[in-house]
Design a protein around this ligand. Structure first.
Ligand SMILES: [Zn+2]
Length: 693
C-alpha cells in the first residue's frame, strides 16, 4: 500500500499515463556523477542554515544551490540519480538482448524483440495511423448501447491497484484489480474501480483553482489535436463532447481520500445484482466481454461512482461515448505512432501536467513502455546482473533486526491493551518480506512479441496481463507475489497479504551499500524498511489482521490514542506550504507520514542495537547520531518543478520530500545531536513531538 520514495510516484504516473512518454520518469541524457556512494555527503551541507530552522536545507542546501533539474525531468534528486544509473544498466541489458539472437520463445528473445520494435522510430513514422485502424473500426461498429457495453467489457484491463501499488487512474471506464478477498484473504477476487478520466484525478475537472482551470482548457485543446492528427472530422466539436462527458464522470467519481476508505470498498456484489445496484450499463454483456461472467461476486471498490458511471452510460448519447472511446483509443497509442503524435502527447502529459521541459530520449521511453507491460521480464534480467547474494543476505538481516525493533517498541508501549499488542506482534512475526525480487517469476510463454510491431506488442501485453490476472481468480492467494518491479527505486507493503516487497532497485547506493557505515544504511534503507513495516499498523494497515483479513483488532481506547497522535501529526504537516495558495494536506498524507515517523524510530532502535553498547564510529567528523539524521535527510534530497509539486500536493498520498525530511523534529535524539533550541523554526516542545509507536 503506498510507497515511500518519490520515484514511486514517477513510476505510478508512468503507469497512469500508460504509454505517455511524458511521465516524469524521464531522466538526463547521461549518468550523473553526484551519487554519494556512502549515502552521506558532507559537501551537500549548508552550514549557513541552522539545523533547527530547516533541517532539509541544512543537510542539502549546497546540493540544492548547485543542482539543476535535467530538462527531461520534472524532479531530480537522490532517487533520480539512482534511477538514472539503473536505466543505463538496464539499457545495456536490453541492447544485449536485442543483439543476442537468443532462441525464439526465450525470455531474452522476447525482451530483445520488444526493445527492437520500441526503438524503431522510422517504422513508427512510416506506418502512419495504420496501427489505429483495428481499434477505430471496432468503435465505428458500435451502433447501440448494448454494443457499447460489450466494447467496455472487452476494453477492461488489469490496470489499477487500490491498496498495494495504489494506481487509481485508468482512462478505461472501469479498471480491474485481482486481489485477496478483504474478508477471506486466502482467495483471490475481482475488484472493479472507477475510471474513464484522461487527467489524473477528478479535481482536475472540478476545481476552481485558476491553474486547474487553465489545465482543463489545455486538455480540451489536446483532445482536439489528437483527434485531428488521427484524421477524425469535426475534432473541435468532438473534443468538447469528450471533455463534457469526462466532467460528468468526474462529478460522480470518489475523491482520492474516499478511494482510500477500505471499509467502504468491501462490497462483494453478486454478478446478477449489478444491474440493480448500478443500473444503466448492460452488466451481463459487460461481464461476458470482460470474461468475468462466471464469477460469483465482483467487488465494487467505488459503489457510488460505479452507479454514477453506469447511469451515465444510459443517459449520455451514444455519439458522446463513441467520441470518448475514439479519443482514448488514439491517445493511449499516441506515443507508439509517429513524431507528431509523440510530440503532442509530451506537450500535454509532460509539459502541462508535469512541467517537464524536454522529452526523454527514445531509449528511456522504450524502457517506460516495457516497464508498463513486460517489466518483470526486464527485472529478471536486471537482478541476474546487478543484485548479489551478499546484498540479499545483508538486506534480509537488516529487515529482521528492524522487525525485531518494532516488536520491542510495541512491547514497551504503555497505552496499548495486551490483546492489541499480542495481535500487533503476531502481525510482525507473520510478515512475509520479499527481498530483491519475487520468489517465483512470471511465465511469459503465452505472450507473442513481434520484432516489428510496437503498438501490437503493447496491446497484446496488456491483454496478456489481464488474462494472467483473471487466471488467478478462484485460486489460493500467493503471499509471495509482488506488485512492484524488481528494478525500481521503491518498496511497498501489501496489507491483504501481510507482506512487504523490497526491490533490488532500492537496495543500491546511496540507500544501501555493503560497506557503508551502519548509521547511514539504517537511516536510509532502514528507514524505508521501517516505513513499510509501519504501514502494517497505520490508519490503513491496522484495519487488517495478521492473516490479511479486514478485521478490527484494536480496542476502542487504543484506536482513540492512535487517532489522537494522527491528528497531531496531520496538523504538523498541514502547516507546510509549498505555495501561498496550497498547503500539504495532513490528512491525505497521514499514513505515509506516520510510516516515516514510526519507520525511522524502529530503524534508529535497530541501529543502536547493532552497536552493542559501544559508541558509534565518527565518520567525516560526524557523530553516529548526526550521521543517522543527516543520511535520512539527504536520502530525501529532491528538487521539483512547480507543476509536478502542485500535482503531488493535490493528488499524492505522500508529502513532498523536503517535508518528509523534517520528520526528524519529532525525535529527542535529533535535538541532542544538533543542539536544537526553542525559538528555532522546527523546534517542538517535548509534548508536541509526535510519538505514534
Ligand atoms: Zn508508504
Amino acid at each position: 500500500m503506498l510507497t515511500p520514495r518519490p520515484l514511486t510516484l514517477a513510476l505510478a504516473l508512468a503507469g497512469t499515463l500508460t504509454a505517455h512518454a511524458a511521465a516524469p520518469v524521464g531522466g538526463a541524457g547521461q549518468a550523473r556523477s553526484t551519487v554519494a556512494p556512502s549515502g552521506l555527503e558532507a559537501a551537500f551541507i549548508d552550514r549557513s542554515v541552522r539545523p533547527g530552522d530547516d533541517f532539509f536545507r541544512y543537510a542539502n542546501g549546497m546540493w540544492l544551490g548547485s543542482t539543476e533539474i535535467p530538462p527531461d525531468r520534472s524532479a531530480w534528486g537522490a532517487s533520480g540519480e539512482l534511477e538514472e544509473r539503473l536505466r543505463l544498466q538496464t539499457r545495456e541489458i536490453l541492447e544485449a538482448a536485442a543483439r543476442s539472437n537468443a532462441a525464439p520463445g526465450s525470455l531474452e528473445r522476447k525482451v530483445g524483440d520488444f526493445y527492437t520494435a520500441a526503438m524503431d522510430e522510422a517504422a513508427a513514422e512510416s506506418k502512419g495511423v495504420a496501427p489505429l485502424k483495428p481499434a477505430l473500426s471496432r468503435i465505428a461498429a458500435l451502433k447501440t448501447k448494448a454494443d457499447l457495453a460489450t466494447y467496455l467489457g472487452e476494453e477492461l484491463r488489469a490496470d489499477v491497484d487500490a491498496m498495494d501499488c495504489t494506481t487509481f487512474q485508468t482512462s478505461r471506464l472501469f479498471g480491474l484489480w485481482v486481489a485477496p478477498d478483504l474478508s477471506t484473504p486466502t482467495r483471490n477476487v475481482p475488484y472493479l474501480l472507477q475510471g474513464g478520466l484522461g487527467m489524473p484525478d477528478r479535481e482536475y475537472y472540478l476545481s476552481t483553482d485558476p491553474t486547474m482551470v487553465e489545465t482543463r482548457g489545455k486538455y480540451r485543446a489536446h483532445v482536439e489535436t489528437i483527434l485531428t492528427l488521427a484524421g477524425i472530422k469535426d475534432a473541435a466539436k468532438r473534443a468538447a463532447r469528450v471533455v463534457d462527458l469526462e466532467t460528468k464522470m468526474a462529478q460522480v467519481h470518489a475523491t482520492r481520500l474516499e478511494s482510500l476508505e477500505v471499509k467502504n470498498a468491501n462490497n462483494p456484489w453478486p454478478g446478477t445484482d449489478w444491474a440493480k445496484r448500478a443500473p444503466g450499463l448492460d452488466w451481463t454483456r459487460f461481464f461476458q466481454a470482460a470474461q468475468l461472467a462466471g464469477q460469483p461476486v465482483v467487488f465494487a471498490w467505488h459503489p457510488k461512482a460505479t452507479a454514477g458511471l453506469s447511469a451515465l452510460v444510459a443517459h449520455e448519447p451514444l455519439e458522446a461515448w463513441r467520441d470518448w472511446a475514439t479519443y482514448h483509443a488514439v491517445d493511449r497509442r499516441s506515443t507508439f505512432l509517429g513524431k507528431a503524435f509523440q510530440d503532442e502527447a509530451f506537450a500535454f502529459y509532460g509539459r502541462v501536467l508535469s512541467g517537464t521541459a524536454e522529452q526523454p530520449a527514445r531509449w528511456k521511453r522504450a524502457q517506460n513502455w516495457m516497464d508498463d507491460v513486460v517489466g518483470e521480464a526486464v527485472g529478471r534480467l536486471f537482478v541476474e546482473r546487478h543484485f548479489s547474494p551478499q546484498a540479499k543476505a545483508k538486506a534480509s538481516e537488516m529487515v529482521k533486526s528492524i522487525a525485531a525493533a518494532f516488536v520491542r517498541r510495541i512491547d514497551a508501549l504503555d497505552w496499548m491493551a495486551p490483546s492489541t499488542k499480542a495481535e500487533a506482534k503476531a502481525k510482525v512475526q507473520a510478515l512475509y518480506v520479499g527481498v530483491g525480487y519475487p520468489d517465483h517469476w512470471q511465465d511469459w510463454s503465452g505472450l507473442e512479441v513481434r520484432r516489428d510491431d510496437l503498438a501490437g506488442n503493447v496491446d497484446r501485453a496488456g491483454l496478456f496481463h489481464r488474462q494472467q490476472e483473471l487466471a488467478k481468480l478462484g485460486k489460493p492467494v500467493d503471499r509471495t507475489a509482488w506488485c512492484m518491479l524488481p528494478h525500481v527505486v521503491n518498496a511497498v507493503n501489501l496489507p491483504a497479504r501481510n507482506a512487504l516487497s523490497l526491490p533490488a532497485g532500492i537496495l543500491q547506493p546511496p540507500y544501501f551499500e555493503l560497506d557503508a557505515p551502519a548509521a547511514v544504511n539504517y537511516a536510509s534503507i532502514g528507514g524505508t524498511v521501517g516505513h513499510e513495516i509501519s504501514h502494517s499498523f497505520d490508519d490503513q494497515g491496522s484495519l487488517f489482521d495478521s492473516t490479511g483479513r479486514l478485521r478490527n483488532w484494536w480496542t476502542k481506547e487504543d484506536l482513540a490514542h492512535f487517532q489522537a497522535s494522527g491528528t497531531q501529526l496531520a496538523a504538523q504537516f498541514d502547516r507546510y506550504r509549498p505555495f501561498p495558495d496550497l498547503h500539504v494536506n495532513g490528512k491525505q498524507t497521514l499514513s505515509e507520514n506516520i510510516a516515516d515517523l514510526a519507520g525511522l524510530a524502529a530503524a534508529h532502535d535497530a541501529w543502536i542495537g547493532t552497536l552493542g553498547g559501544a559508541p558509534a564510529p565518527v565518520v567525516k567528523g560526524f557523530s553516529g547520531e548526526q550521521q543517522f539524521f543527516l543520511a535520512f535527510a539527504q536520502s530525501w534530497r529532491t528538487k521539483f518543478r512547480d507543476p509536478l509539486m502542485r500535482q503531488l500536493v493535490v493528488s499524492d498520498g505522500h508529502a513532498p520530500d523536503p517535508y518528509r525530511a523534517q520528520t526528524v523534529r519529532n525525535f529527542d535524539a535529533w535535538y541532542a545531536a544538533f543542539e536544537v533550541k526553542p525559538g528555532e523554526t522546527l523546534y517542538l516542545g517535548p509534548k508536541e513531538r509526535v510519538r505514534v509507536w
